[in-house]
Design a protein around this ligand. Structure first.
Ligand code: COI
Length: 366
């Protein structure tokens, strides 16, 4: 891993920028994933040559041949990060080195080329520097969501790792991921579908994992639920994760428990940050296997007092109802998050937004 970037993401094309009024209208109510900034960062990798052609250019459609390998064999990975504006106007992101490391692990699993941590970081800096006016004002919880991704852009229908790969970063002003804000989400317990299996791609952040979660998401919606929660693919007994978020259970004795990394669970940056922050909050973090039955029995006896989902996009979102073909149970107070989820959420956001001291060196200035 190099410490200084080898790619210079210079601004190659300046588009007609959104007017101040249009941008302000988006920033006043950004939603999630609907609006994009004026630019994107790009680079291309070719077998035998390595990475080249780094640039920041106008945001817009990418030209792809219909035979581009990604459209057929889904050789694709991505990351998600947030940039927050602090009180003094400076812009910071949270643990980007953890995302860069996971991007490398995902690239390895999907037989894509490695991108140096320094180049990954430089691409974020170049884009945020160019589109800095799109970073929401300080004071709220809005951020600029950064989405780096990499895919097989070679035109070729044979099944092998692509000889040409595109890396791209786009940015999107973001408010709450769920339209209900902090209202607890209901989970559909998926029986027909698993998200990932042993030896599969579950630990990688690749588009295919999210595609494979969607049929269960449809089932969830048909059953009046917001999200689906997946069980392990072997015994259909142990909790794994949601379609795009990890999950924690809160016990009345102060333990917070999350499923241990099984090889088919994504190692969320928010998940690992919560495990570290727990000690500051007098909570005892545990990573271990948790059965659905333990969750149900604990929720009914009152031993499990809250549950929450976590991820970069959703931060921390309380879980309320748990629904399956066999009936339902609930965890946590009706209509709002429990005190532990609320405290962890506030603590994490205070660090990310610069309202609390960053004692662990988790923030990087962009
Ligand atoms: C994120 O939390 O950043 C993700 O990539 C998950 C997705 C649900 C938006």
């Amino acid at each position: 891993m190099s410490t200084s970037p080898s790619l210079n993401f210079a601004v190659a094309e300046r588009p007609d920028r959104a007017s101040d009024a249009d941008r302000d209208a988006v920033l006043a109510s950004p939603g999630f994933g609907q609006h994009f900034t004026d630019h994107m960062a790009l680079a291309t990798w070719r077998k035998g040559e390595g990475w080249g052609d780094p640039r920041v250019t106008a945001y817009g459609p990418l030209q792809l041949d219909p035979s581009a390998a990604v459209l057929h064999y889904a050789q694709e990975i991505f990351e998600g990060m947030k940039a927050y504006r602090h009180e003094d106007g400076s812009v910071w992101t949270f643990r980007p080195e953890a995302n860069a490391a996971r991007f490398s692990r995902s690239a390895h699993r999907l037989a894509l080329p490695a991108l140096d941590e320094a180049d990954f970081l430089e691409s974020l800096r170049a884009l945020v520097r160019t589109d800095v006016d799109w970073v929401p004002a300080t004071g709220g919880e809005e951020s600029l969501y950064l989405r780096p991704f990499m895919f097989a852009s070679e035109s070729f229908l044979g099944v092998r790792p692509a000889n040409e790969v595109t890396y791209c970063v786009i940015a999107s002003p973001a408010g709450a991921y769920f339209s209900g804000g902090l209202k607890p989400v209901s989970l559909w317990i998926s029986e027909h579908y698993s998200r990932a299996g042993v030896g599969g791609t579950g630990a990688a952040k690749c588009g295919g994992n999210y595609a494979s979660s969607l049929a269960a998401q449809v089932e969830a919606a048909e059953n009046g639920c917001d999200q689906s929660v997946f069980l392990d693919s072997v015994e259909q007994k142990y909790i794994e994760e949601l379609g795009g978020m990890n999950v924690f259970l809160v016990y009345k004795d102060g333990r917070i428990v999350t499923p241990e990394l099984s090889g088919s669970i994504l190692e969320g940056v928010t998940r690992s940050s919560i495990l570290e922050l727990a000690k500051d909050l007098d909570l005892t973090p545990e990573e271990r296997r948790i059965t659905l039955e333990e969750w149900r029995a604990g929720a009914e006896s009152g031993e499990i007092t809250e549950a929450f989902a976590c991820g970069t996009a959703a931060v921390i979102t309380p879980v309320g109802r748990m629904v399956s073909t066999e009936g339902e149970f609930r965890t946590g107070p009706e209509g709002e998050g429990g005190p532990v989820a609320t405290k962890i959420r506030e603590t994490l956001l205070a660090i990310q937004t610069g309202r609390a001291e960053d004692t662990r060196g988790w923030l990087t200035r962009l």
